[in-house]
Design a protein around this ligand. Structure first.
Ligand SMILES: O=C(O)c1ccc(O)c(O)c1
Ligand SMILES: [Mg+2]
Length: 638
């Protein structure tokens, strides 16, 4: 199946758009008329430029307000069409998109529209051109693909076919199953777009908020399954009107688009095994079993400071790498790696971002299959020279340039810690408090990783994770920072063994914005550990000298008002600086470290009774508390 994208979906001038589209691996483009008009080369040269990029002009669009007009507008519309036919021939494309009439002059009447399209088809046929008719969701008389199909059917001309656009169908909540009754060869072109579920005017929604399939909330998969069932074998094309994308990076938006199409086709192929769909083969989305490790890069001094913090959290130094300056810290099922090498990837990350998380390890069912899927979806595989005795652990680059390693239970990968690390002699002694070393705090595993990025990049990250790993996204929530809003989107798998929160910062005065600005785009801003008894953990941490993030007393007074907690519980929360939340499933407890460096921090959580969220209601108070602490060290005032 060929892939295409409308030029309107990408920012830049026509040349920049085409370069980005070609680099992302598309087969063709829809030339959006406004992009052509704004460009200063004649149509023949534009056509040549497209082909020089290895692309095909698959469609020219839109041709507006054509069908159902009274005279003299009707005759003028046909004249207009002939001019566009000239243009199409110069560009080198045979298909034009005619979208349903929105003019108040349009008369309506299905046979009148069919007759106009038949006549246009006749003129197009004389030049070897074809007409594709699309129902705009806000069309004057035709706003439903079923009516558009009936018009095309009645037009009864081989050069007149239907164009389907997932947005117009799904935004109006039309049942995509109705597409299954249309003969595939009568569908000339298929446009795909998703959108977030927002109640608003259809036209405004369509022109400003479309997203790549999978980035929004519309059932694009159901739409595409129905299209596939018709036997349609033409191009799949993205037509994404989005304000943010118009101002975004052409390369990265084009890449997202290509990834979203490949992923969509793969999903459809799996859900419709009896329909032949031409899709590049790739393994299924990876099942994540947990976060296997988090790796920090640091210099020796900062490794010391970080180690001290980890000690107060109850971690013990459990191993040293056989060949590298890399230390393993452990508690429960949590592995924290601290890398102070002077070369290699971790060191480059240190030079760029300072002390930060440079690598995360995810345990999956099949590590090699995970990397194969990721690379089939245009992700970059990563490798660096392997030393004697070291394992080759499959890895890819994350969106921000950080690494994601994947391990599984097969072969040596299952024993990576034993193979690559020597246990530390004093590790056992370390566990006894009487030696002065840290007390275990009962931290069990990584509950979630929070990654921070510019708001404009959030959808890229979202698509990356959801396309590679078997995960779903939760509704986006707004987190109020005293200096602005941070949008937070959680992604998780059904088992809760992989939970990520993506936080999109709109300005650098928010805690999240400050963090990415000062760490030059480093991504993981906090690591949350789970435990079974947060009060026991807090007590152990206190004996270790852990300094929790102090929370305003006003917060606790309000908690009492909101939840009517029993007095003893409230007192214990207040004494230990633990935040509290509740949903219909259960309760959530959160304890925070003080911010470290430019705003990195650790969190300890306890989920009771299946609480599903991430404590978003508490985030503003946590952020305010962190900012009070950071201010003296240069955090700008809100
Ligand atoms: O917003 C529009 O006018 C418009 C034009 C052409 C399309 O294919 C479409 O889906 C929308
Ligand atoms: Mg369209």
């Amino acid at each position: 199946m060929k892939t295409a994208i409308a030029t309107v979906s990408i920012s830049g001038d026509l040349r920049e758009k085409l370069a980005a589209i070609a680099a992302a691996g598309f087969d063709g483009v829809e030339i959006f008329e406004a992009d052509f008009l704004a460009y200063d080369r004649p149509p023949r040269q534009v056509g040549a430029m497209v082909r020089d990029h290895g692309l095909e002009v698959m469609l020219f669009q839109p041709f507006r307000d054509f069908e159902g007009l009274p005279e003299p507008q009707r005759a003028r519309a046909f004249d207009r069409a002939e001019r566009k036919f000239d243009l199409m021939q110069e560009l080198g494309t045979d298909l034009v998109l005619v979208c349903s009439n929105v003019s108040p002059l349009a008369l309506g009447g299905i046979d009148r529209a069919a007759e106009d399209l038949r006549a246009l088809g006749e003129r197009a046929a004389r030049r070897g051109l074809r007409i594709g008719y699309e129902a705009l969701a806000w069309g004057r008389h035709v706003s439903d693909h079923r009516d558009a199909w009936e018009i095309v059917r009645r037009a009864g001309h081989p050069n007149v076919g239907l164009i389907l656009d997932s947005f117009h169908t799904l935004a109006r909540r039309l049942d995509p199953q109705s597409i299954r009754a249309i003969p595939g060869e009568r569908i000339f072109f298929v446009q795909l777009a998703d959108a977030p579920m927002i109640e608003m005017d259809l036209l405004y929604w369509s022109r400003h908020f479309r997203t790549m399939p999978g980035e929004g909330d519309l059932p694009v998969t159901d739409f595409m399954r129905a299209v596939a069932a018709t036997g349609y074998a033409g191009p799949l094309s993205l037509e994404i009107f989005n304000d943010q994308f118009r101002g975004g990076s052409p390369r990265s938006i084009a890449l997202d688009g290509h990834r979203s199409l490949l992923n969509l086709m793969d999903v459809v192929r799996r859900q419709e095994p009896d329909i032949r769909i031409e899709v590049p083969a790739m393994p299924a989305r990876a099942r994540a079993l947990g976060v296997e490790f988090v790796e920090f890069t640091a210099d020796e001094d900062e490794a010391e400071t970080l180690g001290a913090l980890l000690s107060t959290l109850g971690f013990r130094k459990a191993g040293r790498h056989i060949a590298k300056d890399v230390t393993l810290w452990r508690q429960g099922g949590i592995n924290i790696v601290v890398n102070t090498e002077r070369e290699g990837f971790a060191h480059s990350a240190y030079v760029l971002h300072g002390t930060s998380v440079c690598d995360i390890g995810i345990r999956v069912e099949d590590a090699r299959a995970t990397v194969a899927r990721a690379t089939a979806l245009d992700a970059q595989p990563f490798g660096q020279p392997i030393g004697p005795g070291e394992l080759e652990i499959p890895a890819i680059r994350g969106v921000g340039g950080g690494l994601i390693h994947v391990v599984d239970d097969a072969g040596d990968l299952a024993r990576v810690w034993e193979i690559e690390f020597e246990p530390l002699a004093d590790a056992l002694a370390d566990t006894g408090t009487e030696t002065g070393a840290a007390a275990e705090a009962g931290l069990e595993r990584i509950d979630h990783l929070a990654q921070t990025m510019n708001y404009e990049e959030m959808l890229t990250w979202l698509l990356f994770y959801t396309a590679i790993f078997e995960t779903r996204k939760l509704p986006m929530v707004d987190v109020i920072d005293p200096a602005g809003v941070v949008r937070s989107q959680a992604i998780e798998n059904a088992e809760g063994t992989l939970r990520l929160t993506l936080n999109g910062a709109e300005n650098r005065r928010t805690l999240a914005g400050h963090f990415i600005a000062e760490s030059f785009g480093s991504a993981v801003q906090h690591v949350a550990f789970s435990c079974r008894d947060i009060f026991a953990a807090a007590a152990a941490l206190a004996t270790n000298g852990f300094d929790p993030l102090p929370i305003s007393p006003n917060y606790y007074d309000d908690l009492d008002a909101r939840f009517a907690l029993d007095g003893d519980l409230l007192q214990r929360l207040r004494a230990a600086c633990i935040l509290y939340d509740r949903d219909e499933h259960g309760e959530y407890f959160q304890l925070y470290s003080r911010p470290y460096g430019e705003g990195f921090f650790f969190e300890i959580v306890e989920r009771r009774g299946g609480y599903r969220g991430y404590g978003a209601a508490n985030a503003p108070f946590r952020i305010a508390a962190q900012k009070r602490i950071m201010r003296p060290s240069g955090m700008p005032r809100a």
